[in-house]
Design a protein around this ligand. Structure first.
Ligand code: SF4
Length: 340
């Protein structure tokens, strides 16, 4: 049984079914693993009175977060590569933000969405990650890199809604109070616009979980050029799904917009985008394009970015400019996958 794939209740049920034990022992094990990173089952105090049980348990449980193979640093930002059991590699990025670390996790090895501005998309999909491979990235950040994690963003390799059930199961484990205890409102799932995933997430009604959408153009032809997913799920279909999504009273969507010189950064683009956003509650992140091999476009200069942002703000859009971090170690937006 793979412990990084279990909620506390599931672990308790496993203990009861297999060993006739209950939540007392399950809680102790969960605490040791998720709070302390202790992999030594035989030395858990609550198990001292039943060493035979601890030995049997040790044989049945697997704890396999993957192996951190290498780390790349740019100031405080850390990109780390994890080797999986079948030899594949995935990337995760730890982003420090005023003592509130954010971990950007991968949901797939590769990705089949094929966004042109993205290194991961260029390589195609190798496979989906399992629940424990997703949770394992948090485990490694916490106990191998030694960093506390406050926020999780599913913005690493892969389209989270293309691996829906394991992503949701991993979120349930990350939020477990006796485990990592990461608040749901501190977790963001970012999609390229897979409408069936948005609808399915809406039905789960996970209050507080944040939804980000990579938009990048409010023009169907341009967006389809940049993101093939738009051919199947047009901007209007996407907007309808978002309008039907059950946000909390003060909730908003996070829209990501990668600015590309001469392609989506004109005044007309800004007007179209503001029209598209209205009346959705949106916080818009503007991100300058990062260099990706085979995509021969550039990011606009700072002044042009500023003009784009001001135009949107003037039309009532809440804009955040996110100057890319991690470019020097290929950890910026769209750059993951180079080392895999
Ligand atoms: S941007 Fe996201 S959805 Fe698009 S190819 Fe890259 S990883 Fe996949």
């Amino acid at each position: 049984m793979d412990i990084l794939a279990l909620t506390l209740d599931e672990l308790g049920a496993f203990f009861t079914a297999e060993f006739g034990k209950g939540m007392f022992h399950a809680s102790a094990l969960y605490r040791e693993i998720y709070k302390a990173g202790n992999r030594d089952i035989l030395n858990i105090p609550e198990f001292a009175a039943s060493p035979a049980f601890a030995e049997k348990l040790e044989k049945r449980l697997i704890l396999a977060p993957g192996q951190v193979l290498s780390t790349f640093r740019e100031k405080n930002l850390v990109k780390f590569i994890t080797g999986l059991s079948d030899g594949l590699k995935i990337e995760s990025v730890l982003i420090p933000m005023a003592g509130r670390n954010t971990l950007c996790v991968s949901s797939q090895a590769g990705c089949r969405m094929g966004c042109r501005f993205c290194e991961t998309g260029r390589a195609g999909l190798k496979r989906n990650l399992s629940v424990s491979e997703i949770v394992g990235q948090v485990f490694n950040a916490r106990f191998v890199l030694g960093e506390k994690i406050r926020n999780i963003v599913f913005m690493g390799m892969g389209e989270p809604f293309d691996n829906f059930d394991p992503v949701i199961a991993a979120i349930r484990i990350m939020t477990e109070q006796k485990g990592f205890d990461i608040a749901l409102r501190h977790i963001t799932v970012s999609t390229a616009g897979l409408v069936r995933g948005i609808d399915a997430l809406g039905r789960l009604n996970m209050k507080g979980l944040r939804l980000a959408v990579s938009v990048n153009s409010a023009d169907d032809a341009t967006r389809s050029f940049l993101m093939p997913v738009n051919r199947a799920h047009s901007l209007q279909t996407l907007k309808t799904a978002l309008q039907n999504f059950p946000l909390t009273r003060r909730g908003c969507f996070l829209f990501e917009y990668i600015l590309i010189k001469g392609l989506n950064d004109s005044e007309t683009d800004a007007i179209k985008l503001a029209e598209y956003i209205h009346p959705l509650p949106v916080r818009l992140n503007l991100i300058p394009l990062n260099a990706v091999a085979g995509f021969n476009y550039e990011s606009p200069c700072d002044d042009d970015m500023q003009n784009f942002a001001e135009s949107l703000a003037g039309q009532g859009v809440f804009v955040v400019k996110r100057w890319s971090k991690g470019r020097s170690v290929s950890a910026g937006c769209g750059q993951l996958g180079l080392e895999c």
